[in-house]
Structure formats: structure tokens, C-alpha cells
Design a protein around this ligand. Structure first.
Ligand code: 5GP
Ligand code: MN
Length: 340
């Protein structure tokens, strides 16, 4: 499908549309999905958002959020919506494995599929692909998509608030390298539609649970610094999570604290999930060292150059920390020179 055909269909209205995004939705996954949903509804479509699972409470104020369906809670209802869809938008993921159980019904659906995503090397089979790994956030791409589709008029204050939230969170509050002049001009346009930036900031960054701060203390005190390699890792095992009263989303962003230390170029956190029998891995880097590559090679994962994740099929924390030490040794020279 080319841009003109899609534009024509979207401007006609009346389509059944489903938007899906990745597991453990973050601010960009949900913000871009809700922003697109609001726009498409305004254009006269019937739109549903389906996430694989639930998301943290600090996102449960976003305009339109109350109508989001979770596949883990209502799979039969979601299956019907997916089967009846004319179009399915896949937002903020590059591989069907990122939507887990949702992948099968989405792949089997007869709907036209549209991918909007900023991850490296997408493998999603779609009829229309808008992929750009130079973009800081999928939410920024949704704004550009609206430009391409001639739908800027469908961006009201609520849509703008959702897209702003996606950009704010994925850009590390406009700090990360892929934040561009273009990003700021999109943000300016969104603010002109009435986004209350300080209200958004308070919802996201001044709304933490007490358990999060207790867990942050634990994670920081469990820090292993590999000084001569400019890398460190932190750990949280299930007992520590339980002790502190872990709630979903509590550990989001902890890995970034490692990079605030001078001369540390790679930061990693390992978080046990005993019920799933896994240890979740999050990796961040400064400079040109690719944690995407490190994650692919050592941690069954992937992601971006400077932010990646993965998971290990074990709950033996020491064995995973050992693998990190080996991985750091393997890339030692690249890590040391990453930020030169
Ligand atoms: P986070 O550390 O915030 O969980 O993830 C950072 C980035 O890494 C995400 O934006 C996503 O692109 C990627 N990522 C996280 N977990 C996984 C995973 O298990 N597999 C793959 N392929 N990518 C992941
Ligand atoms: Mn994103």
C-alpha cells in the first residue's frame, strides 16, 4: 500500500481499526497508541487499543486510557476485535515476539497492517511500513504520520498530551542524543495545542510509589562496578522485590542511574521474575558502544544502540552476573573508548 492509498482510506473514515503495542507498555508505547487512537477517532473511525498486558499506574491518567484492552485480561474479546479489523496499527515494536500471545491473532488477521516504529531492523510483515531508527520516539513519528496523512487537524489537546508524554519519556526528558530540532518543533506544535507540560511531568516523575524508592536504594546498594572496564551492573532478586512491596513499573529507569557516574559507559540491571522463571535484563550505554549488540549476543534480546533489554531463562542471579562480567571482558576495549 502506498502513502496516497492509505491517506485516502484514513480520510474516508468508518474503518474498524485496532492498535497494538509491545508488552510492558511504556510512556511511548501507550502515548503513541493513545495519540493515534484519538486522531483516528476524530477522523470517524472505530478504534480499539490492545496491549499484551497491563501497564504501570503512572500512565493511568493519559486521556483515553480507560478504554485500553489488555489481552491478558480479555483475550476472547480482543480476538474478536482483531478478526473484525480492517486495519491493524503496530506501534513501537519491531518484532512480533514483542507482543507475545497477541502475535498469533495479529499475524492471522486479514486486516491491512501498518507499522510505525523507531527500533532498528524491523522484521514485522506489514502492508505499510513507517520505520525510522533515527527517531527519538514513536510518538514523534505519529505526529509526522499525521502530517503525511493530512490529519493534523485531528490533533486536539488530548491527542497532543499523549504524544507529548511519549516523546518526553522516550527522550529522557529531551536529553538523549536522538532528540533533534525536529523533535523540539513537534513538541512546540503539541504545546500550542494546549499540553499542560508541568501536569504531565508531575504525573510521570513526581508520582512515585514508596516501594519504588525503597527498591532504588536496594538496587544501588547491590551495585557491582567493574572499574577498569567502565561498566557496572545492579541486581534485584525476587526476595528483595517482595520485601519492598514491588509494584509494576517500580523499577523503570533504575538502569539509567548507573550512567550518571563519571567514566561509566555501560550500565545494566538484572531483575528476577521468579514466577516466570526468568531474569529481566536492561542495558544502557553512553556513546557509540552498542548495548543492542551486547544484548543480542549475551542476553537473548536487542533494542537500540544506547538502550536495550533481554531476558535470561534462569533465576540464578550469580550466573547472570557472571555472564555480564564475561560480556564486559569481551567488549572491554569498545566500552572503554565508547564515549571518547
Ligand atoms: P528496557 O530496558 O527499558 O526494558 O528496554 C529498552 C529497550 O530494549 C526497549 O525499548 C526495547 O527496544 C528493547 N528490549 C527490551 N527488552 C527486550 C527483549 O526482551 N527483547 C528484545 N529484542 N528487545 C528488548
Ligand atoms: Mn519507543
Amino acid at each position: 500500500m502506498n502513502t496516497e492509498e492509505l491517506k485516502k482510506q484514513l480520510n474516508e473514515g468508518g474503518k474498524n481499526i485496532v492498535i497494538v503495542t509491545h508488552k510492558n507498555p511504556d510512556g511511548d508505547a501507550l502515548g503513541s497508541s493513545l495519540g493515534l487512537c484519538g486522531m483516528l477517532r476524530m477522523a470517524g473511525h472505530n478504534v480499539n487499543i490492545i496491549t499484551p498486558n497491563d501497564y504501570p499506574s503512572f500512565l493511568k491518567w493519559l486521556p483515553g486510557e480507560k478504554n485500553v484492552l489488555r489481552y491478558e485480561w480479555s483475550s476472547a474479546r480482543c480476538d474478536k476485535k482483531i478478526a473484525a479489523a480492517d486495519m491493524i496499527f503496530c506501534l513501537d515494536f519491531n518484532d512480533m515476539s514483542r507482543i507475545e500471545a497477541l502475535a498469533e491473532p495479529v499475524i492471522n488477521a486479514s486486516a491491512q497492517k501498518i507499522l510505525i516504529d523507531h527500533h532498528i531492523a524491523p522484521t514485522v510483515d506489514a502492508d505499510y511500513i513507517y520505520s525510522d531508527d533515527n527517531m527519538i520516539a514513536t510518538a514523534q513519528m505519529v505526529y509526522h504520520f499525521a502530517e503525511k496523512m493530512d490529519m493534523l487537524d485531528c490533533i486536539d489537546r488530548n491527542v497532543a498530551t499523549c504524544l507529548y508524554t511519549g516523546i518526553l519519556t522516550d527522550s529522557g526528558e529531551f536529553a538523549f542524543p536522538k532528540t533533534s530540532g525536529k523533535t523540539h518543533s513537534v513538541v512546540a506544535a503539541l504545546m500550542d495545542r494546549g499540553v499542560d507540560n508541568y501536569a504531565v511531568y508531575q504525573h510521570i516523575y513526581m508520582n512515585f510509589t514508596q516501594s519504588r524508592i525503597l527498591l532504588l536504594g536496594k538496587a544501588l546498594s547491590n551495585m557491582h562496578i567493574i572499574k577498569d572496564s567502565a561498566a557496572l551492573c545492579m541486581t534485584l532478586n525476587q526476595d528483595e522485590l517482595d520485601e519492598c512491596g514491588f509494584k509494576k513499573g517500580d523499577t523503570e529507569g533504575f538502569v539509567n542511574y548507573g550512567l550518571t557516574i563519571r567514566n561509566i559507559n555501560v550500565s545494566c540491571i538484572f531483575i528476577e521474575n521468579r514466577s516466570e522463571g526468568i531474569i529481566k535484563v536492561s542495558l544502557r550505554s553512553k556513546g557509540k558502544f552498542s548495548v543492542n549488540e551486547m544484548s543480542r549476543k549475551f542476553f537473548n534480546g536487542g533494542g537500540h544502540l544506547n538502550a536495550a533489554g533481554g531476558q535470561m531463562p534462569t533465576t540464578d542471579m550469580q550466573s547472570v552476573v557472571d555472564i555480564f562480567y564475561r560480556a564486559v571482558e569481551y567488549y572491554k576495549e569498545d566500552i572503554l573508548s565508547s564515549n571518547d
